[in-house]
Ligand binder design. Structure first.
Ligand SMILES: Nc1c(C(=O)O)ncn1[C@@H]1O[C@H](COP(=O)(O)O)[C@@H](O)[C@H]1O
Length: 161
């Protein structure tokens, strides 16, 4: 199946976080691909990936990176597809470095930035799904079910208090 979402990350060490994005996409039956791509370590590959993404059929890119997290912004600079940036929780600065590197884009080149770490990665998957749902009633329906299940589980945990 042709992937609709490209999930990329700066290093294999980002995978435990970015796996949460992939888990959500799988839960919602959205096709995706996953790759390690780094603006710093594999700049030519990053350039090609971003430049070819639309022609390959991708519709949204989720990019996770930590520290000097230039990957989401650099990818956004080379494609007009929507790019969602996930700030990885770095050891030295707890992810504040990643967050600020991703969120403070200059006007003209947006990156939709989610929260640091696990909840951000999960929300990146949901946000990608919500973008696709604007053009897919099936995905919209699955998102409604996801919300209903979330609500039920909150009500259940409240009953069990
Ligand atoms: N921020 C970037 C980029 C980039 O922005 O291109 N490439 C790798 N990295 C980040 O470096 C951190 C440490 O990587 P290692 O664990 O491989 O040393 C990772 O969080 C990765 O996202």
């Amino acid at each position: 199946m042709q992937p609709e979402v490209g999930v990329i990350m700066g290093s294999q060490s980002d995978w435990p976080t970015m796996q949460l994005t992939c888990d959500i996409l799988e839960e919602l039956h959205i096709s995706y691909e996953k790759k390690i791509v780094s603006a710093h370590r594999t700049p030519d590959m990053m350039f090609t990936y971003a430049e070819q993404a639309r022609d390959r059929g991708l519709k949204v890119i989720v990019a996770g990176a930590g520290g000097a997290a230039h990957l989401p912004g650099m990818v956004a600079a080379k494609t007009t597809l929507p790019v969602i940036g996930v700030p990885i929780q770095s050891k030295a600065l707890n992810g504040l470095d990643s967050l600020l590197s991703i969120v403070q884009m200059p006007g003209g080149v947006p990156v939709a930035t989610v929260a640091i770490g696990a909840s951000g990665a999960k929300n990146a998957g949901l946000l990608a799904a919500q973008i696709l749902s604007a053009f897919s009633p099936d995905i919209a329906e699955r998102l409604i079910r996801y919300r209903q299940e979330m609500e039920s589980s909150v009500l259940e945990s409240s009953d069990q208090l």
